[in-house]
Each structure stands twice: as C-alpha cells, then as structure tokens.
Write a protein that binds this ligand. Structure first.
Ligand code: SAH
Length: 265
C-alpha cells in the first residue's frame, strides 16, 4: 500500500494539497503539471522529491502544504460507477467482522473497489483478498482504482468474473464480505467456504435486505453473534466560540450485518 512517511513524492503518485485555508485538492503528480489556484499556481515539480508534509510556495508566494492522502480521502475521490461502502461503514465492518492482518478474505461484489482497498489495508501483505464480480467493466474499474492507490501493485488481490449466487469455487476463508442486492442467496455457499469461527459480513442499503439476510443466517442454526448496526457519523465544527455540530451530515448509507459461523454438532 502507500509508502511510509520517509519516502519522497514521485511522479504518478497521489498527493493531497492543502491551500492556506485548509481546502483540499487531490492531484496525481506529473512533472509538467500545475495546480491552478486563485492564490497562485503550484508546480508539481516543486512537490516531486519532497517529503510528506512538505510546505511549498505558490507563484504568489502563498504557502501550500502537501501530504499523502489518507486512504479514505483517496477512496472518496476515486472514479466510481457503483454505490460504494463509505469509510464510516467500512471502518465499522472491519472492526465488527474482526478483519485482521494475514487473513484470507472473500469479497463480493467488487463494484468500484472502495471496500476492496479497505480490506487490502486490513489484511496486509501477508493476507489475501479474493473478489468475485459479475460485471467485467466493474472488475476493470476496481483494478484500476486499486492500482492507483496501491504502490507497489498488490500481489495478494485476485479478482474473478463470477456470479457468487451460483456458488463459491474457492475455500478456506477467514472472512466473507458481501455487498450485493441479495446477500441471503450466498448464505448456503458460505457454510462450505468459511472456516468455523470465521465471520460473514454484509453491507445492505435497505433494512428489508438486512432483515431477510439475518433471518436466513439464523435459520441455518450455524451462526452466532448475529448483529446489525447502522453508523451515524456527526462531524463537529470547532473554532473559537463557534463550537457546534456540522450543519450537514449524511442521512443514510446502509446497514452493516455480521454473523459468525460455528461448527456442526
Ligand atoms: N462494495 C463495492 C460496491 C459494490 S456494488 C464498493 O465499495 O465499491 C455491488 C456490486 O455487486 C456490483 O458491482 C454488481 O455488479 C455486483 N454483483 C451483483 N450481483 C452479483 C453476483 N451475483 N455475483 C457477483 N457480483 C455481483
């Protein structure tokens, strides 16, 4: 994934430029390019070769700051054709499904690859993410989004064009993570593909989907710790006497459902 803080900015890398007021601009560094801003232009060439957190001057002498984007900054900006799992929900899913370094994770559908990037970060280089997706155009988009963020390119991601409702050809997963219209159709296959003690996680935009999934999971008699959560995130504006919640917040994204497979009696 992203190089550590000691590495210098190189061409082709994403950089987050903060103007003197803190406004953010995500750019892809290229030797000849320029960021145009009303407080002056910033040459990419002045950023390339600098360390994370570097201060550079615009053509008007104003100070801009350049940092490596957080994964969530990059995910929110990347091209998408599908709905994505937003960072607040992805973070919750990773924690509640206990996704950890070294695990082998199955993800379906892959969509734009937003959740794929979060999963790759969580499992680390020793882990593996296998993604099933029915649409080849989504596979291409997800792969290009992953490659844009992950340098060097991850060798532990395997994407397959496959309809997961028909079955799970791979096995021995520590986690199965779903973002599909009908996740309950995967439950019969999950029992063979997921290791006992492993977690199933499913993101569902609608509570009707969540209900159907949870009842299907419960009816198998093979899952425990069945939990459904909604994450409400409220940012706060803190400046002098003006200390208050942000005026606007995201009203709804979806529900995160998790359940844990156990052995047969
Ligand atoms: N979590 C993704 C978004 C997934 S959108 C992200 O964060 O970017 C849902 C995806 O599921 C779509 O790309 C859709 O093509 C795919 N999909 C739908 N049914 C499927 C199936 N039966 N098997 C595999 N993928 C499927």
């Amino acid at each position: 994934m992203q190089a550590g803080g000691a590495a210098r900015f190189v061409p082709g890398e994403m950089a987050l430029v903060l103007d003197p007021t803190g406004k953010r601009y995500l750019i892809c560094l290229a030797d000849q390019d320029t960021l145009h801003h009303h407080l002056g232009t910033v040459q990419h060439a002045d950023i390339i070769g600098q360390l994370d957190g570097a201060r550079v001057r615009s053509s008007q002498g104003r100070v801009f700051t350049v940092v490596r984007p957080r994964l969530i900054d990059a995910i929110l900006e990347m091209p998408r054709k599908s709905g994505i799992v937003y960072p607040k929900d992805a973070a919750h899913l990773l924690a509640w499904a206990d996704v950890a370094p070294g695990q082998r994770v199955l993800e379906s559908g892959v969509g734009s690859g937003a959740l794929t990037l979060a999963l790759l970060r969580a499992v680390g280089e020793r882990g593996q993410v296998i993604g099933y997706e029915v649409r080849s155009d989504f596979l291409e988009l997800a792969l290009s989004n992953v490659h844009a963020q992950a340098n060097p390119r991850p060798t532990n991601l395997l994407l397959r064009e496959h309809d997961i409702y028909t079955g799970i050809p791979d096995q021995d997963f520590d986690r199965v993570v779903l973002d599909l219209p009908e996740p309950w159709r995967v439950v019969p296959h999950v029992r063979a593909a997921l290791k006992p003690g492993g977690w199933l996680a499913a993101y569902t935009p609608s509570i009707v989907q969540a209900g159907h999934l949870v009842e299907t999971v419960r009816a198998t008699g093979r899952f425990v710790q069945i939990e459904t959560n909604e994450v409400l995130l409220r940012g706060w504006h803190i400046q002098g006497q003006a200390v208050r919640p942000e005026h606007e917040m995201v009203g709804h994204t979806g529900f995160v459902n998790v359940a844990r497979l156990v052995g047969e009696l």
